[in-house]
Design a binder for this molecule. Structure first.
Ligand code: OGA
Ligand code: NI
Length: 320
């Protein structure tokens, strides 16, 4: 890690005081040059975060660890003699909050854990919407613009991926999560405050996202890059495995609704845009197969798909 690189940490409480302008500028710089920043004093109660961390770790021990070990055996990962490039060293489950919750369909969660996750999800949803408006302000877009774009006809999609990255005997042989950019909108991450592992690619160098107790790490997905016409960037990141310690990470994805129409904002795209316009669900269908590849060919493929559709509308009808 380069010595002079300082990961952007934003004290959100400063938005209410004299340092508002500097704080907004710090957020803008982070969105342009890092694709990531870390929030403190974000308004989510620290005791709620402590409870979630405790219950997530208990849940892993009780219901997930055994399954993870079985997965290692069944995939032949218990020896790791050569580098593995098509599997991640992670144990995960996924909660959906919006448009409809699946929280009550997930097995093996205590009532207390479910209630805490519901509360946490609500608070993260509000924080995401507050942040989208801060981004609008920095971008010169009207308040509510991004939220409205994300809404589609059914409201945004919002979900939480609960992950554990167990200790790995040979970290050089496998990643916790391979390098990728996130497809969606805004990602809010509650990561372990002791075990590190998350890194982002900045100017060709992998930089650690430092564990910081009670912080929420924010990063931007591909959709915000498209809507801002490249002013803001989604940035490659990955999770390294560690020899010691089990890293918890709870990543919540505030994404557009499936039928939301995504395109560069007019006020940010006066030149002929290099970014495509599309329906979010079509992007996700493409992303599913190419998540661990660079985003540029995805943008290109979406542009080509739109061009084909415009040039030959009859052909698309005939496919039904
Ligand atoms: C992801 C991701 C990081 C982490 O799920 O897209 O980047 O720390 N997670 O789990
Ligand atoms: Ni990610």
């Amino acid at each position: 890690m380069e010595k002079n690189i300082k990961f952007p940490v934003v004290d959100l409480s400063k938005l209410n005081g004299e340092e508002r302008d500097q704080t907004m500028a710090l957020i803008d710089d982070a969105c342009q040059n890092w694709g990531f920043f870390e929030l403190l004093n974000h308004g989510i109660p620290y005791d709620l975060m402590d409870n979630i961390e405790r219950m997530t770790k208990e849940h892993y021990k009780k219901f997930m660890e055994q399954k993870f070990k079985e997965m290692l055996r069944s995939k032949g990962l218990d020896t790791l003699e050569t580098e593995v490039e098509d599997i991640d060293w992670e144990s995960t489950f996924f909660l959906r909050h919006l448009p409809q919750t699946n929280l009550y369909d997930i097995p093996n969660m205590s009532d207390e854990y479910r209630a805490a996750m519901k509360d946490f999800g609500k608070r993260l949803e509000s924080l995401a919407e507050e942040l989208l408006d801060l981004l609008c302000e920095n971008l010169g877009l009207e308040k509510g613009y991004l939220k409205k774009v994300f809404r589609g006809t059914k409201g945004p999609t919002f979900g939480t991926k609960v992950s554990n990255y167990p200790p790995c005997p040979k970290p050089e042989m496998i990643k916790g999560l391979r390098a990728h950019t996130d497809a969606g909108g805004l990602i809010l991450l509650f990561q372990d405050d002791k075990v590190s592992g998350l890194q982002l690619l900045k100017d060709g160098v992998w930089v650690d996202v430092p564990p910081l107790k009670h912080s929420i790490v924010i990063n931007l997905g591909d959709q915000l890059e498209v809507i801002t016409n490249g002013k803001y960037k989604s940035v490659m990141h990955r999770v390294m495995t560690q020899k010691e310690g089990n890293r918890m990470s709870i990543a919540s994805f505030y994404n557009p609704g499936s039928d939301a129409e995504i395109s560069p904002a007019q006020s940010l795209g006066d030149k002929e845009s290099e970014y495509p316009s599309f329906v979010f669900d079509d992007y996700m269908k493409l992303y599913a197969g190419v998540k661990f590849q660079p985003k540029e060919p995805r943008f290109e493929a979406m542009k080509n798909a739109a061009a084909t559709k415009d040039a030959n509308p009859v052909a698309t009808v005939e496919t039904f």
